[in-house]
Design a protein. Structure first.
Lengths: 113, 219
């Protein structure tokens, strides 16, 4: 259900940007979510559609890019994608890692007229 | 026409969380964000912890509850400052409600602030409250697959509590499988095996949590 709160915050950002850009209608919203934040795209789209009802973004399409979890090893510097929840370095086996991708909750752009 | 935005959707929550974290750091207050499913034993853990540590640490509690103040009522006997946040159906706490609640505490007279988040393993993990660290609590009756299903919480927790170990013989909880999944996600996280009702494992827990305080005295 965190989809709803995130959709509400997205609505505010979208409407603010649309107003600054003098858009009369928002037709598309582009977002990127990290795999780790476990957003279910269909639930998110449904929540966003409800949030923007009766606004200039009503009916806007949402494109969602899901980014895999990527870490860098603090010991040997290797960058790797995390698969099957295995958070150890693929090269040296260290567990001292830093997250690069996978935690995104990012709005990239909107389109409209 | 395309308009570039390039912004974190939860910026507002993050900015307030950063403010909360800076304030607590300035006052040397450790804030523990306790996350679990409903019924895993967060309140019982707090009852035990307050019962043992209030002589050594100045403890405060923020109780996130969907509609009631029942959890707060259970902690009243420890004479500690408690603030209840009713989320009215909301499935997690956010940094704005925590910031507001902090106004009811005197940070100069506080060592550790426990936040009992709303019972839920997924939503609370996404919202930074400005805590010093997250504590994940699960219980044997929930099944051993929780780390694999909710990796973000177990990855980011500074410690994990497995509660209700006294009930192990009555469940099909497979400790080896649980432990293997947890170690893949977070190889070095401390794991405490407790029974908060019977008392198993609690001494080790008290020592660890007391050690997290920035102004601790020996247990």
């Amino acid at each position: 259900m965190h989809e709803l709160k995130i959709a509400e915050d997205l609505k505010d950002i979208v409407l603010e940007a649309a107003s600054e850009g003098n858009l009369k209608k928002v037709t598309l919203v582009n977002v990127t979510f990290g795999q780790m934040v476990q957003i279910v795209p269909d639930i998110f789209r449904f929540a966003f559609t409800e949030c923007v009802r009766d606004t200039i973004a009503e009916g806007a399409e949402v494109t969602i890019e899901i980014v895999p979890v990527k870490m860098t090893c603090n010991e040997c510097g290797t960058e790797f994608e995390v698969k099957d929840n295995l958070f150890v370095c693929h090269k040296c086996g260290s567990a001292d890692l830093k997250i690069i991708n996978g935690r995104e909750l990012f709005v990239n752009s909107i389109e409209g007229e | 026409m395309e308009i570039k935005i390039l912004k974190n959707i939860l910026d507002r929550n993050q900015n307030k969380a950063d403010e909360v974290r800076a304030l607590l750091k300035d006052k040397n207050v450790v804030m523990v964000n306790i996350i679990s499913s409903p019924g895993a034993g967060k309140t019982t853990l707090l009852e035990r912890t307050c019962g043992k540590l209030t002589e050594r640490l100045r403890i405060g509690v923020i109780e996130g509850d969907i509609t009631t103040d029942r959890d707060a009522q259970r902690l009243k006997k420890y004479n500690i400052p408690i603030v209840v946040i009713n989320t009215e159906g909301g499935c997690h706490l956010d940094s704005h409600s925590i910031s507001k609640a902090l106004g009811s505490f005197d940070p100069d007279n506080l060592d550790m602030l426990f936040v009992e988040n709303v019972g839920n393993l997924i939503c609370p993990s996404q919202f930074d409250l400005g805590e010093t660290f997250k504590l994940a609590v699960i219980s044997t009756t929930e099944g051993d697959d929780k780390p694999a299903k909710y990796p973000m919480l177990f990855r980011e927790a500074r410690a994990v509590i497995l509660n209700k170990i006294d009930l192990l013989p009555y469940t099909d909880f497979n400790f080896e499988s649980f432990s293997r999944d947890l170690r893949r996600i977070n190889p070095s996280v401390p794991l405490f095996r407790l029974s908060c009702t019977k008392g198993d494992g609690l001494d080790e827990w008290y020592e660890w949590i007391n050690g997290q305080s920035l102004k601790q005295k020996p247990v």
